[in-house]
Design a protein around this ligand. Structure first.
Ligand SMILES: [Zn+2]
Ligand SMILES: [Zn+2]
Length: 351
């Protein structure tokens, strides 16, 4: 079968590799659509970071680069292994692309998204979504029902947003500020709305992204280059500040504003991946008992996201800004996302 293999920095090759075979407890999927993720961009531009570099095999897959890229995948079940009953050939499915050890305390008792040996299909080996077929653990496969596989490819990044919201404790009636309207910021806004949380503000610099946040239904979009974000958000909430803020930018001024705009006792969730250390004033955070939380990928979020899509409360077709063939992932897909960062939300790939 054809697959896009990642060899290292700016080196992605479409090659013919062996088709994976189904084993007991696994599902073989004919991939239809796979989203290109920010992580894929980082791997392509500056990697290998997540992908196991030569000489450093992943502890669970034992593989190093080249690996098949693409972890935001959806497709049709081709074959199921022995013992698999929750899906059958022909079902449309989305994948929670975790490779976990199943033995550490996090896997056994706690949040499995914190597995000490965590790996991902599409980054760590064992195949991925930029290929015609992938075989994954049955517990990682979620039935999409009537949802298309195009939308199915967005279930993974939507789950990142859904998990961040769950970590925040945000509930209907709360006021919420979302800093950053890139893909994850927009997904957070959309899911908040789908969950009945309507008092949502967006903070964003780029005019293209501001329009997208408006279209996603926020009360107001604030531009930190012209608006006094903190005082506007305080004013809008009776002088207190928002109950919850999300930081999806990865810049100290945004994190600081998120903390300052949150009411005493409120919660700030940091969703962004930081490439350098943050500089924030801890005094206000301590004195006002702000809870600052991290959030990592997802845990038991895929089924809830699919349910929101099925209910019609969450619509995301508008976020698919490009559809390309696997041969074009590197030049058309990744280049496009890097150079036209603001226009594009999700580009999906057909293998
Ligand atoms: Zn991703
Ligand atoms: Zn584990």
């Amino acid at each position: 079968m054809k697959a896009s293999l990642y060899y290292g920095q700016r080196d992605l090759r479409v090659e013919e590799i062996a088709e994976p075979e189904v084993r007991p407890g696994t599902v073989k999927i004919k991939v239809e659509w796979t989203g290109i993720c920010g992580t894929d961009l980082h791997e392509y531009e500056d990697g290998p970071t997540f992908c196991p570099a030569p000489g450093h095999p992943h502890p669970l897959t034992g593989e190093t680069v080249p690996v098949v890229l693409g972890h935001e995948m959806a497709g049709v079940v081709a074959e199921v292994g022995e013992g698999v009953t929750h899906v059958k050939p022909g079902d449309r499915v989305a994948v929670e692309p975790y490779i976990t050890c199943g033995e550490c305390e996090y896997c056994v008792n706690g949040p499995y998204n914190l597995c000490v040996k965590m790996g991902y299909y599409g980054l760590s080996g064992w195949g991925g979504g930029f290929a015609e077929y992938v075989v994954v653990g049955a517990n990682r496969v979620f039935d999409l029902g009537e949802i298309s596989t195009e939308v199915g490819a967005l279930v993974e990044p939507l789950s990142v947003a859904h998990h961040a919201i769950r970590r925040s404790g945000a509930k209907p009636g709360d006021s919420v500020a979302v800093f950053g309207a890139g893909p994850i910021g927009l997904f957070i806004i959309s899911i908040l709305k789908a969950l009945g949380i309507d008092d949502v503000y967006s903070v964003e610099l780029s005019s293209v992204r501001k329009e997208k946040a408006k279209a996603a239904g926020v009360v107001r979009v604030l531009d930190p280059s012209v608006d006094d974000v903190v005082s506007i958000l305080q004013e809008a909430t009776g002088g207190y500040g928002v109950n919850v803020a999300f930081e999806a930018v990865g810049a100290s001024p945004a994190l600081q504003a998120a903390i300052d705009a949150t009411r005493s006792g409120g919660t700030v969730v940091n969703v962004s991946i930081w490439s350098k250390k943050a500089e924030i004033d801890m005094f206000g955070l301590v004195m006002r008992e702000i809870t600052l939380k991290g959030t990592s990928a997802y845990k038991d979020d895929h089924a809830d996201v699919i349910e929101l899509l099925q209910s019609g409360k969450l619509t995301v077709e508008q976020f698919i800004t490009g559809r390309i063939a696997a041969e074009d992932v590197g030049e058309l897909g990744i280049r496009q996302l890097i150079e036209n960062k603001d226009e594009n939300v999700k580009i999906i790939v057909h293998p």
